[in-house]
Design a protein around this ligand. Sequence first.
Ligand SMILES: [Zn+2]
Length: 249
Amino acid sequence: MKKGLILGIVASFCLAGTVLAGGGGGVHWGYSGETGPAHWGSLAPEFKMCGEGKSQSPINITGAVKGDLPELKFNYDDSDLHLVNNGHTIKADYSSGSSISVGGDRYNLLQFHFHSMSENAIEGELFPLEAHLVHANAAGELAVVGVMFKEGEANPLLEKLWKYTPSKANSTMSVSGSIKVTDLLPKSPAYYAFTGSLTTPPCTEGVRWMVLKQQVTASQEQIAKFRNYFDGHDTNRPVQPLYGRTVYK
Ligand SMILES: [Zn+2]
């Protein structure tokens, strides 16, 4: 296997944080100052849910109630390695054919990306890194699996990702060889469940969130390397009010 052959570096336009973000294309937003999270809702008409939504993500996971949740099954296969630095996060677009199933619902894995600090909190605690595995079903409804990293042993998949991640914003890189996103998962598929939104503009609601209870580890260097892609700045939206939503466990 020819590992690590760089196939190409392609400049691209701002991807507005997620492949699924419609509208508001080209509107600059960030994580601090006048284009920071407190102002997202007024930056563009398409972003108004960021300010007005009552089912926004991330949240502080607390007071979870027993919900007899269906088992979360990962049907993840290998993928080509295709990385995007969109100026807001590092995103790995995933080859088609991988999915999760949960209670008879099936969602295809589209991409995964990271935030530092974590976006969701558990009992008020933020983690240094959170991965979001973004899925969609045939109807286009989204399901995001959140994985929390604490500082500890290095993660082999992060090692591979960071090795090829373009350090320049708005650039992509495709590398031969393959990755498997299961290398980011903890042993237990137990999760917290709640409804929420995209955590970046346009903050679209109706997202099925599943945050894994068990954490994995990344080394201090790996966490620092991710943060350095963004000059050491945070890339997390603060937690949002629950407005009566229930978190299930
Ligand atoms: Zn995210």
